[in-house]
Design a protein around this ligand. Structure first.
Ligand code: BGC
Length: 489
């Protein structure tokens, strides 16, 4: 069996918003603010995975994957954070998922935090804006290690701190919708500084949780711990040195922003150069914790964009800021898109980006073990689309073949990539885009919630079972084998 995987995330599929002791989280509340989510969609029911998880595990099993990544809903397990008790029904729900996956020979990869936390933490102290969130997170993470760590061997602490910091505190598009001009129109926030503070708190939360894992659980439980970065690849907009530098700067200000501290103990030199005192500092004790906190890096990769220099060239006002590294990012050059368009405004099909981003992480971080924890495709939305059309998703197959081939090239070039997760098992609640942006290998009927395999699901199952004879040019799933264990002491 090949080491290729599938993944899903809770709020996006779970539903059962206030069932069995779960408290409302920041997204549950945000979804009910008029205008927040496209078409007024909410995650209240989502794919009803809370009630259908056994059937869903059957589907996962039928595909032949050997791992499944999912995250834990904080407000289901600890409805009041540190102030309250553990919710036994929440723990039982995830325990059953883990047990049933293991029964089928599927390895659970658990992400502790994927954008949602009890709303109470937001209201009490402003959640990620406050250092108090660090202790809350550590408590949540430890509750997970304690209750699930006997069976979960692959942990990631936080999904995409860099994307979250930007979406919620720079663009103001995710809760708590903070931003300031020229980035958007929010009632509060500061786009030039808050993303920096929020990411700082997330990195320290990760490091402290990893420290507890290392000292209290890892030896006994024998697992691994990592974090997940949202990555994009950048190419120069114009064929000039300034834009080549801008492309590098964009990666430093987005990816190295969260990974440099975890490997080298401080923010990238490029950021220190352009930011003033607003870029926080780490104490030597914190640096020590940070640099001992990673067994592997998770990489979510979807797109490549063009980068334009804004230090010496004229740019639109949002590129012309330190928080953006004085870089303007765009998907088009003279009106021509960098790759085929998808259902997401900033996602273009550029398979070479996969090879390049893996190469970047490999070079910058000394080839630390990596997992591609997300990669996927959503088609451009069309009016009145029916199930019959949506399940004929040849484009998604083409997408994965091309991205896997690019990944295989990077691996052949020495990158230590140990697994690949498709986003996503089934169509789900795509955040502010609601349900009409569909990343799934399975179509989900919004009325009946019935799951129907798309062409891509059949392709993936074939690909996995005939791994020796698959049709992906150059992609040999055999090379995704989990290699030797990697520990930090
Ligand atoms: C997130 C997923 C999301 C996907 C597609 C990733 O950044 O982790 O939750 O569905 O992108 O937009």
């Amino acid at each position: 069996m090949a080491d290729l995987y599938l993944e899903e995330w809770r709020l996006q599929i779970e539903g059962a918003v206030l069932e069995d002791g779960k408290s409302p989280n920041n997204w549950d509340v945000f979804c009910h603010i008029p205008g927040g989510i496209k078409n007024g969609d909410t995650g209240d029911i989502a794919d009803d995975h809370y009630h259908q998880f056994l059937e869903d595990i059957e589907i996962i099993h039928s595909l032949g994957v050997n791992a499944y990544r999912f995250s834990i809903s904080w407000s289901r397990v600890l409805p009041r954070g540190r102030l309250g008790e553990v919710n036994p029904k929440g723990v039982m729900f995830y325990s059953k998922i883990i047990d049933n996956l293991l029964l089928k020979g599927i390895e659970p990869y658990v992400t502790i935090y994927h954008h949602d936390h009890p709303q109470e933490l937001e209201e009490r102290f402003g959640a990620w804006l406050s250092p108090l969130m660090q202790e809350e997170f550590v408590h949540f993470a430890e509750t997970c290690f304690e209750n699930f760590g006997d069976r979960v061997k692959y942990w990631t602490t936080i999904n995409e701190p860099n994307l979250l910091a930007e979406m919620a505190y720079l663009w103001g598009r995710y809760p708590p919708a903070h931003c300031s001009a020229p980035f958007g129109n929010c009632s509060s926030g500061n786009s030039d500084t808050e993303p920096l503070f929020v990411l700082h708190n997330m990195l320290l939360s990760h490091a402290k949780a990893a420290n507890i894992y290392r000292h209290k659980y890892q030896l006994k439980q024998g697992g691994f711990i990592g974090i997940i970065a949202n990555t994009l690849m950048c190419e120069p907009l114009r064929d000039i040195e300034l834009d080549r530098e801008a492309a590098k700067r964009a990666l430093a200000f987005y990816i190295a922003w969260m990974l440099d501290p975890l490997v080298f103990g401080d923010y990238p030199p490029e950021m220190r150069q352009y930011h003033g005192n607003e870029l926080p500092r780490f104490t030597s004790e914190e640096t020590k914790l940070l640099t001992q906190s990673l067994d592997f890096i998770g990489i979510n990769h979807y797109t490549t964009l063009y980068a334009k220099d804004c230090i010496h060239s004229t740019c639109s006002s949002d590129g012309d800021r330190a928080i953006q590294g004085f870089v303007y990012l765009t998907g088009e050059r003279h009106g021509v898109p960098i790759g085929e368009r998808t259902g997401m405004r900033r996602f273009f099909i550029v398979p070479r980006g996969m090879e390049k981003i893996i190469e970047y992480v490999k070079e910058r971080y000394n080839n630390m073990p990596m997992f591609v924890t997300e990669n996927g495709y959503s088609p451009p939305e069309k009016e009145d689309e029916q199930e019959e059309d949506l399940v004929q998703d040849a484009k998604r197959i083409e997408f994965h073949k091309a991205y896997l081939a690019a990944l295989a090239r990077a691996i052949r070039n020495g990158a230590d990539v140990r697994g690949y997760f498709i986003w996503s098992l089934m169509d789900n609640f795509e955040w502010v885009y609601g349900y009409n942006t569909r990343f799934g290998l399975y179509y989900v009927d919004r009325q009946t919630l019935r799951r129907t395999p798309k062409l891509s699901a059949r392709w993936y199952a074939n690909f996995l079972t005939n791994s020796g004879h698959n049709h992906v040019e150059d992609a040999n799933p055999g090379s995704f084998k989990i290699k030797d264990a990697y520990f930090l002491d």
